[in-house]
Write a protein that binds this ligand. Structure first.
Ligand code: SF4
Length: 272
């Protein structure tokens, strides 16, 4: 069991944070910072790139290098940073809006390039900061402020998308399984190539209130009940139909990352 607290990566005097009571963002941040500490990440070698939204505010609290970018474009900025200086640890924090809704195209191509970034996506299934609007991961039929009679669209599976687009590492965790989430983030941070950790996270203020999960505790209970370790998920008869979803390591492969391929091409060009 780790004794890392991650506190050394927080600015002095920044707490309490801005997230609502019962929100999962703080738990995900804690898991990430403990993973940083266990891997002995240095502030000067680490860049945290954030997009817009509740989770995108995380960089406000950090003493590492940080870049707060435009909505949906965090991966584009992060790609530039990593391409220019491959020695940096570049970690990209996005919500479901930033990553696969507004930013969906950047997400697909970052995974396709297999650029050596770690994306930590807090999926709260709606646009929390701007009032709980429908996003690309809002489950079909669920209520949001812009789908008051139910979402007519199907939701994206972020992990399946990253897998299909070519990411080297994909894991799912939840904000209610902190230790497992910390381990997944650690694995992702040490993996060469594009790595994704999706953290399913309660938004009691909007998603929970709109979907009969009103006290913050109800969303935590729901996650505890429906999230199943991947080893136990596969043998279940009809898990998806019964609302279960797997968490843990889903993809782990070793395709060459973008910078490695790029250097090979540069060497070829220099010889010609
Ligand atoms: Fe968290 Fe939702 Fe509040 Fe945003 S609006 S801080 S996602 S609970």
């Amino acid at each position: 069991m780790s004794h890392a607290t991650g506190v050394k990566y927080l600015k002095d005097g920044v707490l309490p944070h801005m997230w609502c009571p019962g929100c999962g963002a703080g738990t995900v941040l804690g898991a990430m910072l403990r993973a940083f500490e266990e891997l002995d990440f240095k502030n000067e070698e680490t860049v945290v790139v954030t997009g817009i939204g509740c989770w995108g505010k995380a960089d406000d609290y950090l003493v590492t290098n940080a870049l707060h970018t435009t909505h949906g474009r965090a991966l584009a900025f992060a790609t530039g940073i990593k391409a220019f200086n491959p020695r940096l640890n570049v970690v990209v924090l996005m919500g479901d809006g930033d990553s696969v809704t507004i930013g969906g195209n950047h997400f697909i191509h970052a995974a396709r390039r297999n650029i050596d970034l770690t994306a930590i996506v807090v999926n709260n299934m709606n646009y929390g900061m701007t009032g709980g609007q429908v996003s690309g991961t809002t489950p079909a039929g669920k209520i949001t402020s812009t789908t008051v009679y139910g979402n007519p669209e199907r939701e994206f599976d972020i992990c399946a998308l990253a897998d299909a687009a070519g990411a080297n590492y994909v894991a799912r965790g939840t904000a209610c399984h902190g230790w497992e989430l910390q381990n997944s983030i650690k694995e992702a941070l040490t993996k060469k190539g594009f790595s994704l950790v999706e953290a399913i996270s309660p938004c009691p203020t909007h998603f929970g209130r709109n979907n009969n999960l009103k006290p913050a505790l109800e969303m935590i209970r729901w996650l505890k009940e429906k999230a199943v370790p991947v080893e136990q998920y596969d043998p279940l008869a009809h898990p998806k139909e019964e609302g279960y979803f797997p968490f843990g390591r889903l993809v782990d492969r070793n395709a060459p990352d973008f910078n490695t391929r790029y250097e090979e091409i540069r060497a070829r060009a220099a010889r010609s």
